[in-house]
Design a binder for this molecule. Structure first.
Ligand code: AQP
Length: 330
């Protein structure tokens, strides 16, 4: 079976963007592939986190993965910090990555602007840790949103570079992007992406938002002065974003959505999109509430999956350590 690896940062409550761009897609892959889904807590500390909140967010994220439909027996769902191989491989790969490459990463540029008081080395080498995450498991496919495309390209470049020097070591991974919804935009500023760390609460839908909040946020979503529901990302980014959300959830094409709302105002349209999101998230939220009650079950899962991930990670790590010339423990 082919190997799938992906992860999310427990840097807040995940958004509709994370869900439609990545998590929803993951649930369709679990039958066909060997999947590892990580809670990347080590990535999250590249931005300052409050310890108790980080701990809570990480556990919640694991439960949200399961609540969204990931089977905890079929998939390896674990915390990044429980597998030291991530950090060990990341160090080695740091020595095969150039400053210039990292300096070109748009996420680094954006985050340095946003967190100007804390432009730490971890933020800079974030893409190397991400490459290590992926390469550690000989991953074939990486299901992520298009915002991660540049990082994934770098992971491929690093893998190819290492293989060229030391011979075939890493599988060169491919990105796996959803056809629609790979980039969900902010509801308030539809030209920038919806982000869990956005300080404007109206800009994003958290997947745990209650129905009233979701409807209210959609009612306030920024559109345009026109009245026609039509897909045109350049001139109508707000409406196009709402159509994208509606399309991923209902499976309808843009033409079908255009027809459905012909002659109707934006009010009706926003309401319908809001309702569709509420219905989509309802079962996930209900399952999450159930899982929250079962601390012992979740603790057991965390332990069991950490063991599995560690076992798998060690195989690649030992191979890499040998190739670069480290003395093995006999
Ligand atoms: N707006 C989005 N639309 C589609 N997909 C998205 N993803 C993120 N935002 C959108 C995808 O979600 C996965 C997890 O992302 P992450 O947790 O690693 O961090 P991120 O990409 O930096 O996401 P955020 O929400 O913007 O987090 P913060 O605010 O903490 O930086 C990835 O697959 C990503 O593509």
């Amino acid at each position: 079976k082919k190997v799938i690896f992906s992860g999310m940062q427990p840097s807040g409550v995940i958004t509709l963007g994370n869900y439609l761009g990545a998590l929803k897609n993951w649930t369709t892959l679990q039958e066909e592939y060997n999947c590892l889904y990580c809670i990347v807590d080590m990535h999250a500390i590249t931005v300052r986190q409050e310890p108790a909140t980080l701990r809570k967010n990480a556990r919640n994220l694991l439960m949200q993965y399961i609540a969204a439909g990931l089977d905890a027996q079929k998939n390896t769902i674990y915390m990044q910090s429980h597998v030291s191989g991530h950090a060990e491989l990341s160090w080695i790969l740091n020595c095969f990555t150039y400053m210039g490459e990292l300096g070109r990463m748009t996420q680094f540029k954006e985050k340095s602007q946003k967190h100007g008081d804390n432009i730490n080395a971890g933020l800079f080498t974030y893409p190397v840790l991400m490459a290590a995450d992926i390469l550690l498991f000989q991953t074939d496919l990486v299901p992520v949103g298009v915002d991660q495309r540049q990082h994934l390209e770098l992971a491929r470049d690093i893998a190819i570079r290492f293989n060229n020097i030391y011979g075939e070591t890493f599988k060169v991974p491919e990105g796996y992007y959803p056809k629609v919804g790979a980039k969900i935009m902010s509801l308030q500023e539809p030209t920038s992406k919806m982000s869990k760390s956005d300080t404007d609460a109206n800009a994003s839908i958290a997947i745990m938002d209650d129905p009233d909040t979701i409807i209210r946020k959609f009612k306030r979503a920024v559109t345009d002065s026109d009245t026609v529901v039509r897909f045109d990302q350049e001139n109508k980014p707000g409406v196009s974003n709402l159509m994208t959300i509606y399309s991923v959830i209902t499976g309808q094409s843009m033409e079908q959505i255009q027809e459905e709302f012909e002659g109707k105002g934006y009010g009706d349209f926003k309401m319908r999109v809001g309702e569709a999101v509420v219905e989509e998230l309802r079962p996930l939220q209900a399952r999450f509430k159930e899982l929250e009650k079962d601390k012992v079950y979740i603790d057991g899962l965390i332990k069991q999956n950490a063991d599995t991930a560690n076992y798998l990670a060690t195989k690649t790590l030992r191979k890499v350590q040998k190739k670069v010339g480290f003395v093995p423990v006999i």
